[in-house]
Design a binder for this molecule. Structure first.
Ligand code: MCA
Ligand code: AMP
Length: 512
């Protein structure tokens, strides 16, 4: 018999012997306890429902839902049934969702009931066969339909190279790209992190990240599931409530904004963190002051790691002191099996201390961009390394330091915002001649989105109306926190907008 490389098989294999033990306890609202048996049965029923729909091989199942345990079960069910999971941020609005649905051509779309009317229109128009609803209160047609399905299901046979998920990352120019991740990509990375971060019996994870991105869906959930560890599950990040639950947990993962917000609470003390063994930070640069203050307040040294949707996790500061200290301002060492190199402008591998392009290789690196073979080719070197678009160096002790990005990208509170996309929406508006969008240091979000807009000749623009118009069209986190109407944009001799000049002009905008 051949092995089944379906990621679900590995996750299911790690469930504890006693399936009646609690697997997930909801927090921050109504307390519900889901056992491992619930996860097994729930994902089986959903997998049977998917299997009953006669979907084509490799069918995509898109989910734009609020965070819930049932949404996690849906993800597990998609793996289990051998289809491809496509998570979407619930903050996305019509035009954003329309693009993803047209590009990915999912066979199934799952959305919140309150979005059904507009989203189903988009979906059916694009040829989607099935639209179900799923809400964060265990209601919706998806669960109603699954309730009639058997609660046992044999996982579909999949090879390590078969697709498990597509995660869209916005393009710096033009269209968003779907990063295709295989069962093998996800499992190899999860196994590496299990080992590196010392997952052990008795661990309990406080899960407060969204589950439509790599950090919350894969790094955090897979970590707990693959260790048969209980999760304390927050539908939303609530700093006070999270701190309340730390004494009954051992592991927490968050983006830097979450650490900034935890530090703003007086309740974050050494005593509150006494039972914890690991706090992981990632998805955006962690400021030195956050790193230092967290250590002073809690006695814990944050473990910063670095990754991408296309590559999953790449580097990590050491867990074990024997392997070295956790160095603030660095993202640690390349993970075992992951190749990381820095190349200078001449294409030569840079010596320690020298800044260049970070390029990576390994079983974690994605299978390419969905239906974009040319784009995929462009992002790999001729010798097969993936070009991250991040700029960095190795320090004298071999720790990777990220110093900037070649890509025009803003990371705000752990979410990526592509200036080109926001500029596109602004430039389409009546009376707008041109615009420039950039990120400025922000005390809460790390970077705050800022826009400057030039009106077309003879017209006047009002910042508030422009912001309101954007809010009606795109996800809130992409909308500039500040917008200025100006006469012209600073340009260099080649006519290119000088965003560095704009960033400098507005450096202290948010008082960071
Ligand atoms: C919410 N808002 C934001 C952000 N989040 N604005 C800028 N940046 C943000 N990140 C705005 C909303 O649009 C809204 O605006 C207002 O803040 C309140 O919204 P709410 O949903 O209540 O926000 P929140 O609960 O305070 O959310 C903040 C947050 C959240 C908890 C930090 O942004 C978050 O969960 N971030 C984590 C993202 C993440 O998981 N990234 C991992 C990507 P208005 O009031 O005007 O409507 S994976 C990745 O990057 C790689 C692979 C990696 O290495 O991990
Ligand atoms: P995404 O496309 O959402 O997967 O975001 C990936 C990008 O997030 C990377 O290319 C980095 O620019 C950034 N990133 C992730 N982790 C870190 C970190 N620890 N420090 C700095 N940047 C990070």
């Amino acid at each position: 018999m051949t092995l089944n490389d379906n990621l679900f098989v590995a996750l299911r294999g790690a469930f504890p012997q006693d399936l009646d033990e609690p697997a997930i306890e909801t927090a921050g609202g109504e307390t519900l306890v889901y056992t491992w048996r619930d996860l097994d049965r729930g994902s089986a029923m959903l997998a049977n429902l998917l299997a009953s729909l006669d979907l084509p091989a490799g069918a995509r199942v898109a989910a734009q839902t609020e965070k819930s345990v049932e949404a996690l079960m849906l993800y597990l069910a998609v793996l289990r049934a051998g289809f491809v999971y496509l998570p979407l941020n619930p903050a996305y609005q019509g035009a954003e969702v329309e693009y993803f649905v047209h590009d990915a051509e999912p066979s199934v779309v799952v959305c919140a009931s309150r979005n059904f009317s507009w989203l189903s229109k988009i979906a059916f128009k694009a040829g989607v066969q099935h639209v179900f609803t799923l809400n964060d209160d265990r209601s919706g047609s998806l669960l109603d339909r699954a309730a009639h399905q058997p609660d046992e299901h044999t996982p579909a046979r999949r090879s390590a190279d078969d697709l498990a998920a597509i995660l869209y990352t916005s393009g710096t120019t033009g269209r968003s790209k779907g990063a295709m991740l295989s069962h093998g990509n996800l499992l190899s990375n999860a196994l590496t992190l299990k080992d590196q971060w010392g997952w052990r019996p008795g661990d309990v994870l406080v899960h407060a990240l969204p589950i439509f991105h790599v950090h919350g869906l894969f790094v955090a959930s897979h970590g707990a599931l693959l260790n048969g560890s209980r999760m304390i599950w927050f539908g939303k990040f609530l700093p006070k409530a999270v701190i309340d639950r730390l004494p009954s947990a051992t592991v927490f993962m968050g983006v830097p904004t979450m650490y900034v917000r935890l530090l703003a609470e007086a309740a974050l003390t050494e005593a509150a963190c006494r039972g914890m063994r690991l706090f992981v930070s990632g998805s955006a640069p962690l400021l030195a002051e956050t790193f230092d203050e967290f250590r002073t307040r809690t006695g814990h040294t944050l473990l910063e790691r670095y990754g991408m949707s296309e590559t999953l996790m790449l580097t990590s500061n050491p867990y074990d002191a024997h392997d070295g200290e956790r160095r603030g301002g660095t993202v640690g060492f390349p993970l075992p099996g992951v190749g990381v190199r820095v190349r200078d402008d001449k294409g030569l591998v840079a010596p320690p201390g020298e800044i260049g392009d970070i390029e990576v290789k390994g079983p974690n690196v994605f299978r390419g961009y969905w239906r974009m073979p040319d784009k995929t080719k462009e992002e790999f070197t001729s010798d097969g390394w993936f070009i991250t678009g991040d700029l960095g160096k190795f320090d004298e002790r071999g720790y990777v330091v990220i110093v900037g990005r070649r890509k025009d990208l803003i990371i705000t509170g752990g979410y990526n915002v592509y200036p080109a996309e926001v500029e596109g929406y602004l430039n389409e508006m009546t009376d707008v001649a041109e615009s420039a969008v950039f990120g400025v240091l922000h005390p809460d979000f790390g970077e705050g989105v800022v826009a400057v807009v030039v009106p077309s000749a003879g017209s006047a623009l009002d910042a508030e109306s422009l912001i309101a118009a954007l809010k009606a069209r795109i996800a809130g986190f992409k909308v500039p926190k500040q917008l200025f109407v100006v006469n012209d944009l600073p340009r260099n001799a080649m006519g290119k907008v000088q965003k560095n000049v704009l960033r400098e002009q507005h450096r202290n905008l948010f008082g960071a």
